[in-house]
Write a protein that binds this ligand. Structure first.
Ligand SMILES: C=CC1=C(C)c2cc3[nH]c(cc4nc(cc5[nH]c(cc1n2)c(C)c5CCC(=O)O)C(CCC(=O)O)=C4C)c(C)c3C=C
Ligand SMILES: [Fe+2]
Ligand SMILES: [Fe+2]
Length: 345
């Protein structure tokens, strides 16, 4: 008779203690699979059915969403996605950058034997798929890193929720550590400040103003206690201190308003379109709430807001790229992950 003894994967035998194998899980928002009506509708339907994102009663919201909103919005959003789509890879920039971040982090962690996976809160690869791939590699300790510098229940919390939702289906759960948001982490602030300085060095004339545009949020969510606004403020104050700027030279604005309710103000688009009338015609825009360039930076700011500014009399408009998969970005993410891996490596 032959006994097959299969040691549990990732456990170091013969060391007097059992140590699990850690894995790193990057989570991002998600993006449609294509720019056509159906793909964008599927994505928006999942996104806008998330009760962390739309807090109102589904009895009222779902008929509105499934009716008028998902009839009209997917075509408009699809056209916007088409303007930034990577035809060769057939994917959106958000997916490309998130994958590259995971691949480069995997290189950094190869010597530690820590695999890296990436998952999307909405769409694919799903959080459950990403978790499964880590567990198949023997990971029973997971560090989960939501790729949002500033916390919001609509982003960070729902990403973590989705991981725990996947865990609900498992008999044997891995141990989990979630990485906290990092709005004024010195390496984050330095990296964003350096990216602004670099754009300034490449520009022909000095920027009269650098607008820090953050994704908006309904004012009501902040009133109910979402710490997003406080965290955005910490980011912008860190940038001002590092760059020697103030509220007039580095103002904070909010973009991507959705629906008729009051969102955080001032709104980016009218704020920037109003600048030439005040004599401010050479600006840069930085978007420090996004770790990767996406529809909201490349199209909303890089196309729509830029066009409005130039039509209003602007002379030069520079969109500062997000940290993406730059060396500073990867070393920041590595540091954040290693801090939570302490004791697990
Ligand atoms: C409707 C409510 C929304 C809230 C609240 C919200 C918060 C929020 N979103 C991001 C980051 C991203 N959002 C992106 C796209 C996007 N956001 C909303 C709506 C809300 N976001 C919609 C409907 C869309 C889809 C595009 C559209 O139809 O306009 C993206 C880009 C995704 C991509 O594929 O490129 C990101 C990133 C943050 C940080 C945030 C919290 C304040
Ligand atoms: Fe959004
Ligand atoms: Fe938008």
């Amino acid at each position: 008779m032959v006994f097959h003894h299969i040691p549990p994967q990732g456990h170091l035998a013969g060391q007097g203690q059992t140590r699990g194998r850690p894995g790193l899980l990057l989570l991002n928002l998600g993006t449609p699979e294509g720019t056509g009506y159906r793909a964008v509708r599927r994505y928006l339907s999942e996104f806008l059915s998330d009760r962390r994102v739309i807090e109102g009663s589904p009895l009222f919201w779902q008929p509105l969403l499934q009716g008028v909103i998902l009839t009209t919005r997917p075509s408009r959003s699809g056209r916007a996605y088409a303007r930034v789509w990577d035809a060769e890879r057939n994917e959106s920039p958000l997916r490309t950058y998130t994958r590259h971040q995971a691949e480069k982090l995997a290189e950094q962690f190869a010597a530690d034997g820590v695999p890296v996976a990436w998952g999307m809160r909405y769409g694919r690869p799903s959080v459950a798929q990403a978790l499964r791939s880590l567990m198949e590699q023997g990971c029973d300790r997971i560090v989960c890193l939501p790729l949002y510098p500033q916390y919001s229940a609509t982003t960070t919390a729902t990403a973590n929720d989705q991981l725990f939702r996947a865990l609900m289906k498992l008999r044997n759960q891995p141990a989990i550590r979630t990485v906290p948001s990092f709005p004024d982490d010195p390496d984050f602030i330095t990296a964003v400040a350096s990216s602004i300085r670099e754009e300034q060095m490449n520009a022909e004339q000095p920027f009269q103003m650098v607008v820090a545009s953050f994704h908006g949020l309904p004012q009501q969510y902040v009133d109910k206690g979402d710490s997003y606004l406080a965290e955005c403020t910490r980011t912008v104050e860190g940038l001002r201190a590092t760059l020697g700027m103030d509220e007039t030279t580095l103002p904070m604005t909010f973009q991507s308003r959705f629906g008729p309710t009051k969102w955080l103000e001032p709104y980016t688009a009218p704020f920037i379109a109003g600048l030439p009338a005040k004599g401010i015609t050479r600006i840069a825009v930085v978007t420090p709430c996004f770790m990767a360039d996406c529809l909201e930076t490349l199209d909303e700011i890089g196309n729509e807001v830029r066009d409005e500014f130039m039509q209003a009399g602007g002379e030069s408009f520079t969109l500062v790229p997000c940290l993406n998969d730059s060396p500073a970005s990867i070393s920041l993410l590595e540091k954040l992950a290693r801090r939570e891996l302490l004791g697990w490596l």
